[in-house]
Design a protein around this ligand. Structure first.
Ligand code: HEC
Length: 183
């Protein structure tokens, strides 16, 4: 009984400290301060294990290396990912510089990763980081196209990246086009 009372008192004290720390504003949420290395490693391990466990049930399509997939994936990548994850020949971006955790340069990390895990991360995103859940706006086929493309990033030359992502120039707007003016 006495031990129970002691345990209760300790819990109350811990709760009071937690409330005190939160309300004092002591914890700095600024993104331009690096996390302590231990916290960073801990959060990264939580993320890795969470993805590993959930990605195990994903079924990889047989045509993952189809050139058409890689081509379509390149288009998506240039539109939605390069600002954060860079690409061959793309050195840095203002967006990426300001993020914490800083998005990894995918060309340097995907080599050892399982396609199932790549798919899961792209589909569901990673909460509390800037990595969006692309599955809310894209079907599985498009997500696999992106997986197909990023798997080739480690060996891709800047010239090949430019070639894959070059799109025909958008047509000129009609000459009468105004900017919000009433004609
Ligand atoms: C606004 C920034 C942002 C955009 C845009 C973005 N990501 Fe990410 N992404 C992140 C961040 C931040 C992480 C790291 C998450 C972490 O540390 O847990 C990440 C992680 C990843 C990872 C896991 C890498 C690893 O080392 O485990 C993959 C794969 C990935 N993103 C793919 C993509 C693809 C494909 C797109 C485009 C469809 C994309 N991301 C768009 C910010 C972004």
């Amino acid at each position: 009984m006495k031990t129970l009372r002691h345990a209760g008192a300790v819990l109350l004290l811990l709760a009071a400290i937690a409330v005190g720390v939160i309300y004092s504003g002591l914890y700095n949420v600024a993104a331009d301060r690096p996390d302590p290395p231990l916290i960073r490693r801990l959060l990264h391990s939580i993320m890795e294990r969470s993805v590993e466990v959930r990605a195990a049930a994903v079924v990889v399509p047989k045509d993952l290396d189809d050139p058409l997939r890689i081509d379509t994936g390149a288009e998506h990548y240039a539109e939605m990912c390069v600002g954060c994850h860079l690409a061959p020949g793309v050195g840095t971006s203002e967006l990426r510089e300001g993020l914490n955790p800083r998005p990894p340069r995918l060309a340097g990390v995907v080599a050892g990763m399982d396609p199932k895990e790549l798919f899961w991360i792209i589909k569901h995103g990673v909460r509390m980081t800037a990595m969006p859940a692309w599955g809310l706006s894209h079907g599985d086929q498009s997500l696999w196209d992106m997986v197909a493309f990023i798997r080739h990033l480690p060996t891709m030359t800047p010239a090949r990246y430019r070639e894959l992502t070059a799109r025909p120039a958008a047509p000129e707007p009609p000459p009468t086009h105004g900017h919000g003016r009433i004609p």
